[in-house]
Every structure is written in structure tokens, then in C-alpha cells.
Design a protein around this ligand. Structure first.
Ligand SMILES: NC(=O)c1ccc[n+]([C@@H]2O[C@H](COP(=O)([O-])OP(=O)(O)OC[C@H]3O[C@@H](n4cnc5c(N)ncnc54)[C@H](O)[C@@H]3O)[C@@H](O)[C@H]2O)c1
Ligand SMILES: [Zn+2]
Ligand SMILES: [Zn+2]
Length: 390
């Protein structure tokens, strides 16, 4: 089959690779109908997250049609149209039973690669480094889905592929970020980043009761999208003296109740802190540029909630004193897609959530390297490049 492979830093190519096959009795094989880019991919494409190997098939946000099932698969059948969360989960371990799906203990065969940095390893994920399991990704004609009964969710009739695709990753990530804010109704929520994850966090904050959502980015098309599709108020951080001061003014001096980071380790910035981060990241003295996260911490009101969705490794000058002294509640995780999928499918079926506006650009699989290039450089207002492999 044809698949998009990582061959080195900033080197993606479409190649012919072996077709996936049933390896374990709980597996299913899907014919991928749609697959999309994620900001997390940029971290290893740019070389900031290690343990990729040349020839690895990338991609983790996808949906498709079941074409084959292993002998132990009971609930999923051939011909079914399904969407699959990006983290692979067994459904039976301590973490799966506690609804902490991205922490599944049984799906990362390379746990020892994460343990020196994290202490314990996360679940495995499709197409996302060997430290996260080394599974083949979804930018391919076919993909193997382990634990198919647990991880394949049937798509209700009447929903188009673009309306469902983002429930695999960006949708549940954003929803989880808003859920972490434990909203009671009427709160002010600020979201750093207007990529797919940030936009989904903003929409979810309204769905879960926020009175006001403020979105921060520097790309005018993305800010326009946040305003027009979600109803967020917006701040272009390159046009204000200080984001923290602007937020203070917008909230009567108190600061926002909850702050969501949907930026991650490749944050852009304007001040001296950004220059310092860039230099240290380039020299591999730290893995993260932390401008957005630091700002979210200092801007948050006393006793507020900080919800971290952006992916991070190691960061210098982390303002733990601000967290501690202001009594912030910090919530974070890789996305627990299996916890939220049914709720999101219900919202989509009722017309309350339609993430299809994220699909700004559509490509065949052969054109995928160009799709990543546009996504990475935010060319032509690209928010997500969508690939149709078959
Ligand atoms: N927790 C999870 O399970 C999970 C899932 C998916 C993605 N992620 C992470 O979420 C982050 C966002 O993903 P995405 O797909 O939306 O990425 P993206 O690259 O499309 O969007 C990131 C946005 O952040 C903006 N940004 C950069 N610096 C900023 C700053 N200082 N202030 C405000 N905005 C700034 C960029 O302009 C861009 O629009 C990434 O770090 C990704 O790895 C986490
Ligand atoms: Zn992702
Ligand atoms: Zn598990």
C-alpha cells in the first residue's frame, strides 16, 4: 500500500510499504477514508521529539471502514464506518477502568523509553515515535487497529466524514481541556492557540457553560475563525503590549477564571523570553519554548484553573511560584478520547458540534508532503490538511 513516511527531520515522502495484517486476535484492519494533520506531528517533523526512525508511517487522527477483523473481535464488524481515538487502549487495565485512557498500561511496548523522563509511560499512539509505541500511522491506505472492540466507535448515519474525523483527536483534546476547567456556568475562559485543538477547546468551553471565551493567536485568519465559527473574543498577541495586562483590563482587573494552553513546545513569542527559549531549544539545552504556557500561568486569576493541552518535555524558567502562591489548580493529560467520544458523537448528531470547518485543505495521499508543508507554515489559512488516501 501507499503511505506517508518520515525519513528524517523535515523529510516526508509517500512510499510503498507492506499492507498491515491482523497480528493479534483483537485487531481490526481499516481502509482509511480520511486522515488529518495535528500540531503534535510538527514536534517530531521539526526534530524536537526524538525516537522516530526512517520509514515510520505517520498520522494519528483518522476514520475509516472496517475491512477485516481478528477472531476475538465481537462488537465491530466488516463494512462498519468507524472513528478511532488516537491513543490505543486495552479497555481492561487499571487506567482504562479508571477512565484515564491515554495512560493505558498495556499498549506501549516501549515503555522503558519514556520512563527516564516521565517516571511511568503513557499508552501507545498511532504514527507518533517509538517512545509512544512505534505503531504505524494513519496517513496510509490501510491501518491496523489493536483492541478494536474498545477503540472503534461506530459513526451515526447522516454525518459526513469531515464532521466526524476530528473527533479522533482535536475534538476530544479540546473538550477535555474545557472539561478540566470544571465550569459551573458564566466563567471567563481564555485559550492560547487557535489551531485545531484551540478552536475545539473554545467551542467546548461554550458547550460546557463558559460565559465568555477569549482566544489568543497571531494569525488573522485563525483569529477570524475563532470569532466567526465559535463566537470567541480575540487578541492578536503581536498587536498588544502585554497579553496579561490586556486580559486584566478585559476582566475588570481580576483575570480570567480558567486558562487553557493549546500551543505547546513550539510557541512563538515577541519578547526577550522568546529569544532565550529559541536559543536554548536550538542548542538542545531544553526541549520546549514556553512563552504561551508561562503567560497562561501569570495571567490566570488567583485560585483559577490552568488546563494544559499543549505537548511539553522539559522547560526552563517555569513559574512554579506563580502557580503555588496564587493557588492555581493544574490539570493536564494526553487526550482521553475513549472517555469523550460518545458524548462528542451525540453533540455532532444533534448539530451542537460541527468541527468540519477545521478541514481547510484537502489532498490525495500522494500530495501529503505538500499538505504538511502548508499546515506547518499556516499557508493560505491552513488549519488542518485532510488526506483522502483511497
Ligand atoms: N493533549 C493532547 O492529547 C494533544 C492532542 C493534540 C494536540 N496536542 C498539542 O496541542 C498543541 C496545539 O495543537 P494544534 O494541532 O492546534 O497545533 P497548531 O500548530 O495547528 O496550532 C498552534 C497555534 O498556537 C499558536 N501560537 C504559537 N505561539 C503562541 C503564543 N505565544 N500565544 C498564543 N498562540 C500561539 C500558533 O500561531 C498556532 O495557531 C500542540 O502542542 C499539540 O502537540 C495535544
Ligand atoms: Zn494529535
Ligand atoms: Zn488499558
Amino acid at each position: 500500500m501507499r503511505a506517508l513516511c518520515w525519513n528524517g527531520v523535515n523529510d516526508l515522502r509517500v512510499e510503498t510499504v507492506p499492507d498491515p495484517a491482523i497480528v493479534n486476535p483483537h485487531d481490526a484492519i481499516l481502509r482509511v477514508s480520511m486522515s488529518t494533520t495535528c500540531g503534535s506531528d510538527l514536534h517530531f517533523i521539526d526534530g524536537y521529539i526524538p525516537t522516530m526512525r526512517p520509514g515510520d508511517v505517520i498520522g494519528h487522527e483518522f476514520m475509516g471502514e472496517v475491512v477485516e477483523v481478528g477472531p476475538a473481535v465481537k462488537k465491530v464488524s466488516k463494512g462498519e464506518r468507524v472513528v478511532v481515538p488516537s491513543f490505543i487502549c486495552c479497555g481492561e487495565c487499571f487506567y482504562c477502568r479508571h477512565d484515564l485512557w491515554s495512560l493505558c498500561d498495556n499498549t506501549n511496548p516501549n515503555a522503558e523509553m519514556q520512563e527516564p523522563l516521565f517516571g511511568y509511560s503513557t499508552a501507545g499512539i498511532y504514527g507518533y515515535t517509538h517512545a509512544f509505541g512505534g505503531y504505524a500511522g494513519s496517513h496510509a491506505q490501510y491501518i491496523r487497529v489493536p483492541h478494536a472492540d474498545n477503540d472503534c466507535f461506530s459513526v451515526p448515519e447522516g454525518l459526513r466524514d469531515e464532521q466526524v474525523l476530528f473527533l479522533s483527536d482535536a475534538g476530544p483534546t479540546g473538550y477535555m481541556g474545557a472539561d478540566f476547567c470544571a465550569l459551573k456556568g458564566g466563567e471567563t475562559v481564555v485559550v492560547w492557540g487557535c489551531g485545531g485543538v484551540g478552536l475545539m477547546a473554545q467551542r467546548s468551553a461554550y458547550l460546557l457553560g463558559a460565559g465568555r471565551v477569549i482566544a489568543i493567536d497571531r494569525f488573522p485568519e485563525r483569529l477570524r475563525m475563532a470569532h466567526e465559527h465559535v463566537g470567541s473574543e480575540t487578541i492578536n498577541y503581536t498587536e498588544v503590549e502585554s497579553v496579561t495586562e490586556t486580559l486584566k483590563e478585559m476582566t475588570g482587573g481580576r483575570g480570567p477564571d480558567a486558562c487553557i494552553d493549546a500551543v505547546g513546545m513550539e510557541a512563538h513569542g515577541t519578547g526577550v523570553g522568546y529569544a532565550y527559549d529559541r536559543a536554548k531549544q536550538a542548542l538542545r539545552l531544553q526541549s520546549d519554548r514556553g512563552e504561551a504556557l508561562r503567560e497562561a500561568i501569570t495571567a490566570c486569576r488567583k485560585g483559577g484553573t490552568l488546563s494544559i493541552l499543549g505537548v511539553y518535555g522539559l522547560m526552563d524558567k517555569f513559574p512554579i511560584g506563580s502557580i503555588m502562591n496564587k493557588g492555581l489548580t493544574v490539570r493536564s493529560a494526553q487526550q482521553h478520547g475513549q472517555r469523550y467520544m460518545q458524548r462528542l458523537l451525540d453533540h455532532a448528531a444533534k448539530g451542537e458540534l460541527d468541527p468540519s470547518f477545521l478541514a481547510t485543505h484537502r489532498f490525495s495521499l500522494e500530495e501529503a508532503p505538500r499538505g504538511y508543508d502548508m499546515f506547518k507554515h499556516k499557508e493560505d489559512g491552513c488549519v488542518r490538511s485532510v488526506f483522502v488516501p483511497n
